[in-house]
Ligand binder design. Structure first.
Ligand code: 3PG
Ligand code: MG
Length: 346
């Protein structure tokens, strides 16, 4: 894959730079609850400041605002405050939520012109939004000299390794609730893997009707619960008794999956093994997180829940690459072109 041209090759001294970052972060109590995506955007902002950009205008969407009330709920104010804390340079300005303009999600050129006004160049660093053809990710790239930011490039390089010649064994671990969301990516990537491990609710769907052109390794036991609740009565069984629910993979499956993962040379993990928000059903997901951390090979974790699990398990610094993209990483690994990337010259 040919990478888009890098911000490192742009002449930014004295210029006003429009940066599209993905600052779509979780909020709580009017504050940023998890600033991982903000931190991931800092290297590009710092590079622009170090190279004497006159002004760095950062834009992003936040949430999916629809109503009048959402204007307060999804205001960028908390994000702007966090960016200011982390960067501490008055040349950085965080614009208001791009999705407050109805043109944004329509890839409207009028809104793209508004964004571009007064700017000399455009840097797209929003990998997490690169699968969207929106004014701030696509249309605006045709109005200003466009470059890729450091995070965007690092995502393409790291995820791109999974699409090339990988070191084997190449093991994919997938989970979560819905098989439909992952059929395309697992068909593309799974066909190139040596082993695909599937846990979570998805495993039961695959057991009944395998949609893939390969056989996946499915759980040999589960933690079955008599209801869908944190304190449900639970037992370990080869499969859930009638009217019970499998809410985690069982201990034998943890051993089986962990051994396959630690022996691999390349691992991609997306999707939890169970309802890991609840302590009684968290062990399988944490076992996978630890196994991925223990693996000496090249390991990649993508998708909101699995990323949260590696952080909660305290092993994030032992993973080769943690993607900031959810949908974007899946679409990229499906082999699809990302509009936000395609719009930048190579
Ligand atoms: C995400 O969090 O998946 C990205 O920021 C894109 O958001 P969206 O799914 O609302 O387009
Ligand atoms: Mg999304």
């Amino acid at each position: 894959m040919t990478l888009p041209r890098s911000v490192e090759d742009a002449d930014v001294g004295g210029k006003v730079v429009l940066v599209r970052a993905d600052l779509n972060v979780p909020l709580g109590d009017g504050r940023v609850a998890d600033d991982a995506r903000i931190r991931a955007s800092l290297p590009t902002l710092k590079l622009l400041l170090d190279r004497d950009a006159k002004e760095v205008r950062v834009c992003s969407h936040l949430g999916r605002p629809k109503t009048e009330e959402d204007l307060a709920k999804y205001s960028m104010a908390p994000v702007r405050a966090r960016v200011a804390e982390l960067v501490g340079d008055k040349r950085v300005k965080v614009l208001e939520n791009t999705r407050f303009n109805p043109g944004e999600t329509k890839n409207d050129e009028g809104f793209a012109h508004e964004l571009a006004k007064g700017c000399d160049l455009y840097v797209n660093d929003a990998f997490g939004s690169a699968h969207r053809a929106h004014s701030s990710t696509e249309a605006v790239a045709h109005l200003l000299p466009a470059y890729a930011g450091l995070l965007l490039l690092a995502e393409l390089e790291n995820l791109g390794r999974l699409l090339g010649e990988v070191e084997r064994p190449f093991v994919i671990v997938s989970g979560g609730a819905k098989v439909e969301d992952k059929v395309a990516v697992l068909t593309n990537l799974g066909s190139r893997a040596d082993l695909v491990l599937i846990g979570g609710k998805m495993a039961e769907e695959v057991r009944e009707d395998n949609p893939f052109p390969f056989e996946a390794l499915l759980p040999v036991d589960v933690v079955a619960a008599d209801s869908f609740s944190a304190d449900a009565q639970h037992v370990i069984a080869p499969e859930p008794p009638a009217h019970w629910l499998g809410l985690d993979i069982g201990p034998a499956t943890c051993t089986l999956f962990s051994a396959a993962i630690t022996d691999a040379q390349t691992v991609f993990w997306n999707g939890p093994m169970g309802v890991f928000e609840w302590a009684n059903f968290a062990e399988g997901t944490y076992a996978v997180a630890h196994a991925v951390a223990e693996c000496d090979g090249f390991t990649v974790v993508g998708g909101g829940d699995s990323v949260r699990a590696v952080h909660e398990a305290g092993v994030a610094d032992r993973i080769s690459w943690i993607s900031t993209g959810g949908g974007a990483s899946l679409e990229f690994l499906e082999g699809k072109a990302l509009p936000g990337v395609a719009a930048i010259p190579t």
